[in-house]
Design a protein around this ligand. Structure first.
Ligand SMILES: [Ca+2]
Ligand SMILES: [Ca+2]
Ligand SMILES: [Ca+2]
Length: 213
C-alpha cells in the first residue's frame, strides 16, 4: 500500500513536469528589411527598433512591430491596407529573411505564419515555401483567396536567434503575424523533481522486490 502511494507520488512529479511543457513565446525583437511600396505602403509602420519604418526595404533591427503585435489580418491586402497610415501587413517584392531574437534561450517546436492569399490579385499570392532554422516547408496554395495560417511544425530549435526566410511564389508576399510555440528549457527545480520521482520509483521497485523475496 505504502509503496503504491510512493509510486503514485512520483507519477505526479512526472505529470507536473510535463504539464508546463508548451506555451506561446513572443520574441523580444526581430531584424529584417522593411516591406516596400506598391499601390500603397506595405511597411512595418509600428516597428519600434532602429531603422526607417517609412523607407522601402530599409534595414530594421532591435525592435518589434506589425509581425508580433498580435494583430492578424483577416482580409486581403487590397481591403485592409490604406493609401496612407498603418496597415496590418508587411508586404515585400523581395524574399524576406527575418531573424527573431529572444533574450533568454527558447526551445521552439512550431512557428505559425499568417499570410495573405489573394490568388494573384495585384501580384499577391501565397508564398512557395518558408525555411525555419534551416528546415524548409513547401506551402500549397490554399483553395480560395482568404488570408491563411501556415504552421511549420515538428521543429526542435534551441537558442536565442531563429532565422526565417520566405520564398515568394509571385511578385509579392504579405505577412501580418508570426507566432511561436515553445517548450520551456526546464528549470533546476524541474530536474530535481524528475530525479526525486525517479529515485522514488527505484525505491518502490526495490521494496517490491524485497517484499516478494
Ligand atoms: Ca500583426
Ligand atoms: Ca504595415
Ligand atoms: Ca489560393
Amino acid at each position: 500500500m505504502k509503496t503504491k502511494m510512493i509510486a503514485n507520488l512520483s507519477m505526479l512529479a512526472f505529470v507536473g513536469a510535463a504539464s508546463s511543457a508548451y506555451a506561446g513565446v513572443a520574441p523580444d525583437s526581430y531584424d529584417m528589411l522593411n516591406g516596400n511600396t506598391g499601390s500603397y505602403n506595405y511597411w512595418d509602420e509600428t516597428y519600434n527598433g532602429s531603422g526607417c519604418v517609412t523607407c522601402d526595404n530599409a534595414a530594421l533591427s532591435g525592435g518589434r512591430g506589425d509581425l508580433t503585435d498580435g494583430i492578424i489580418a483577416t482580409e486581403n491586402w487590397f481591403i485592409t491596407e490604406a493609401p496612407v497610415g498603418n496597415g496590418p501587413y508587411v508586404g515585400w517584392t523581395i524574399d524576406p529573411v527575418i531573424t527573431f531574437h529572444w533574450n533568454t534561450p527558447v526551445n521552439i517546436t512550431s512557428v505559425t505564419f499568417h499570410f495573405d492569399d489573394s490568388n494573384g490579385a495585384g501580384g499577391v499570392s501565397a508564398p512557395a515555401s518558408v525555411t525555419v532554422g534551416g528546415t524548409s516547408f513547401a506551402i500549397a496554395d490554399p483553395i480560395g483567396s482568404a488570408p491563411f495560417a501556415f504552421v511549420a511544425d515538428g521543429l526542435s530549435f534551441s537558442g536565442n536567434d531563429l532565422v526565417v526566410s520566405i520564398a515568394r511564389n509571385n511578385a509579392w508576399v504579405f505577412l501580418s503575424e508570426v507566432e511561436f510555440n515553445a517548450a520551456p528549457i526546464p528549470e533546476p527545480e524541474t530536474y530535481a523533481m524528475l530525479l526525486t520521482g525517479l529515485g522514488l520509483l527505484g525505491f518502490a521497485a526495490r521494496r517490491r522486490k524485497a517484499m516478494a523475496a
